[in-house]
Design a protein around this ligand. Structure first.
Ligand SMILES: NC(=O)c1ccc[n+]([C@@H]2O[C@H](COP(=O)([O-])OP(=O)(O)OC[C@H]3O[C@@H](n4cnc5c(N)ncnc54)[C@H](OP(=O)(O)O)[C@@H]3O)[C@@H](O)[C@H]2O)c1
Length: 325
């Protein structure tokens, strides 16, 4: 089978396609044919050696996929060859024709979920649903989404709009904002050209937003914390800007704010039942009114370095996919 292989940490350019022996499922594992793999920001961090999980070199990158089970190892009774699944193996391996995954890290892909949505459902939609649930978002509240045109960002817009929230998308380009609005955002703020705080003040009549979802960190975190209404909730999902923010505790006290850390990867590792419950909630929203996958580009295995570089260069609106065949 063909797989992308990273032999030295540091850059997407270090990835090359290699011919490898077909995978044989080990006890507790499932082997699947990859139909589509989602490209996540975490893939880029892993390739650069800056992610919390550091597999030994050489390794096959790719943290999320939709595929078909082709073999099961000893002790696996829940899955059979032919099952259509989605999964997010914590050690990667999805930018390949085949992937081996611990059986508890995969989930059934229902028939109404196209491959290209299944390949981004666990991480993007799972994280979005998990975060908004932790915020106890309810209909009529206002949500500000940073990086709203990115993979997680679009999923958050999709879900928050279906939950009846008023959604303000914030992003760095007209194209990313157009995408967020196509997915249900009611307002758009370009934080590259406009100052965030006055824009939010004007959109909320000075009242502020109830929830901020931050995938960006840095300046967006600092500014958006000050856009929260009294009792507001800040959801810390990621730091794509590369700048880790610091929380000014006195400001939380003054406005009864909460800052919530969102680590869906940790839930994936520790509590598959909780992941399944979260995915079920997102799938119920999809069944009621289907999500349309926002595809920011389709790539072959040979083109994986290009896809990762586009993420690093902030060029992608929506989610890029790797299609191994
Ligand atoms: N906590 C969790 O469980 C969890 C789960 C999934 C993802 N994440 C994290 O969430 C973040 C988003 O992931 P994703 O896969 O949705 O990534 P993505 O599609 O690349 O989106 C990230 C967004 O961040 C913005 N950004 C700001 N500064 C950037 C910079 N210097 N370089 C690149 N992007 C920058 C970009 O939007 P603008 O250009 O519009 O600013 C981009 O669209 C990542 O930090 C990821 O690690 C966390």
């Amino acid at each position: 089978m063909r797989a992308t292989v990273l032999r030295a940490l540091g850059s997407p350019e270090n990835i090359a396609v290699e011919e490898r022996p077909g995978l044989i499922p080990q006890p507790g594992e499932v082997v699947a044919q990859v139909l589509a793999a989602g490209v996540n920001y975490a893939d880029l961090l892993m390739v650069m050696g800056r992610y919390q999980v550091k597999p030994p070199l050489p390794f096959v990158p790719g943290l999320e996929f939709c595929g078909i089970v082709t073999g099961v190892g000893a002790g696996v009774d829940r899955w059979r060859p032919g099952d259509r699944i989605m999964g997010a193996p914590l050690a990667g391996g999805c930018f390949a024709e085949q992937v081996a995954v611990p059986a508890q890290q995969i989930f059934r892909a229902p028939e109404n979920l196209p491959d290209e949505l299944g390949a981004q459902f666990v991480v993007a939609y799972g994280t979005a649903a998990f975060a908004l649930k932790r915020a106890q978002l309810h209909a009529g509240e206002t949500v500000l989404v940073g990086g709203a045109g990115g993979g997680v960002g679009v999923a958050v817009v999709d879900i928050a709009a279906r939950l009846g929230a008023r959604v303000i998308a914030a992003a760095s380009s007209a194209e990313k904002l157009r995408v967020a609005q196509a997915h249900g955002a009611h307002h758009a703020v370009n934080y590259r050209t406009d100052a965030l705080r006055p824009a939010i003040e004007s959109l909320t009549g000075g009242g502020g937003v109830n929830v901020v979802l931050d995938t960006v960190g840095g300046r967006f975190f600092d500014d958006s914390l000050r856009c929260l209404a009294r009792g507001g909730r800040m959801l810390v999902v990621g730091f794509a800007s590369g700048i880790l923010p610091r929380v000014p505790a006195e400001y939380l006290l003054l406005k009864n704010l909460s800052v919530l850390g969102i680590g869906f990867g940790g839930v994936l590792a520790a509590d598959p039942a909780a992941v399944q419950a979260t995915l079920d909630e997102a799938l119920a929203l999809h069944a009621a009114r289907p999500f349309t996958p926002e595809i920011g580009g389709r790539f072959t295995l040979e083109e994986v370095p290009k896809a990762l570089q586009r993420l690093a260069d902030r060029e992608v609106a929506g989610k890029q996919l790797v299609l191994p065949r």
